[in-house]
Design a protein around this ligand. Structure first.
Ligand SMILES: Cc1cc2nc3c(=O)[nH]c(=O)nc-3n(C[C@H](O)[C@H](O)[C@H](O)COP(=O)(O)O)c2cc1C
Length: 207
């Protein structure tokens, strides 16, 4: 069991709402475990003229930033665990989340990320569109930064049934951008809870 002194940051990028819904499930699970949780959205990085090509992109971006706040370096410094959420972009992490991660160099240089817990979750358009490759390739920058990566494993029965992955929670939104299923959300809540519980134990080692 975590407690209010365990800080969990759920840090995500979402354009169309799928990863946002998974992030809410992850945050719920971490809160259930007793942790203090911050849910933050990574800012967009493309100019409004580009966003205007996709109906509703800019509006949804503003709505999410208003609801959760834009992620800051202070949020990461505060956290004992960070759960990173991204849509798949060509089988890999979104440029928006990667740009934020690239801004962590200062904290990395000071050793402030060493030993923090990290996990990854994802939404893809198709079942074989990069669910697993997105999560596992994102492990690489997390390793460089000094995070201790905690995957899901098969620690929940729904994962054994094919919901989410042993690497991290996931969902398939499909061409009509479906929300996560109840089973996807069960795995997401489980990942939030499990990560908070691990962070509650390991934070004392960092101190
Ligand atoms: C530029 C771009 C590239 C994408 N590449 C992939 C891909 O390689 N594989 C896939 O399954 N889905 C791909 N998608 C679909 C998104 O990953 C998917 O719709 C996801 O659920 C969106 O999450 P969101 O609703 O949180 O924005 C792509 C979408 C965009 C806009």
């Amino acid at each position: 069991m975590a407690d209010k002194s365990t800080n969990v940051l759920v840090l995500f990028y979402s354009r169309d709402g799928a990863v946002e819904a998974l992030a809410q499930g992850i945050a719920e699970g971490a809160r259930e475990a007793g942790a203090e949780v911050r849910l933050r959205r990574v800012p967009d990085i493309v100019p409004p003229a580009v966003m205007a090509h996709v109906p509703g992109w800019e509006e949804r971006s503003k709505k999410m930033i208003a609801a959760y706040g834009a992620a800051t370096l202070d949020d990461v410094a505060w956290a004992d665990a960070v759960l990173f959420g991204t849509p798949t972009r060509f089988g890999n992490v979104s440029a928006e989340l990667k740009a934020f991660v690239d801004s962590l160099g200062g904290l990395w240089f000071q050793g402030k990320l060493n030993g923090k817990i990290a996990g990854v979750f994802v939404s893809t358009g198709g079942p074989h569109g990069g669910n697993e490759s997105t999560i596992t390739s994102f492990y690489i920058p997390l390793a460089h930064l000094g995070f201790i990566i905690v995957p899901n494993g098969y620690t929940h029965p729904r994962i054994m049934e094919g919901h989410g992955t042993p690497y991290g929670s996931s969902m398939v939104a499909g061409p009509s951008n479906q929300p996560p299923t109840p089973a996807d959300l069960e795995v997401a809540r489980h990942q939030g809870k499990r990560t908070a519980e691990v962070a509650a134990v390991t934070k004392s080692l960092r101190a």
